[in-house]
Design a protein. Sequence first.
Length: 135
Amino acid sequence: WKMYIFEKCVSNERRDLPTEAYFCDYSGNIYAGHTTIRFGVVKNSDGQAVQTVAQVADTNTVDESENGGRNFRGLGLGPRRLIVANKYCLQKAHVPVSSGRIIDASARSPWERLVTQGVAETTEHKHSGEYRFKV
């Protein structure tokens, strides 16, 4: 397995950070899945930046088995990408990755595996279903 990391840089509040980072898995030259992390800034009521956040914007692991293609789900690629993304975000922005409050059902599985492993947790907003890496 190989993982490639790409950064997308557009003007944002923190000029030292990319706007997004992409973590793409390949098996040989075959695309197996990706995770996109979006960086943002939380502002206070005065409009001042007070906190940087890194949230999963999109994640997908390829499953084309219905069409006779490959299925890369269930191999641990989603949790692996999240762990690498978290290390990247801690190094680059000094913040852990979170799922964000809007998370679709298929994206919950890797987070649940990380919670079971003890490296991630649900946030205080348990009703929202948000996850984040422990610090």
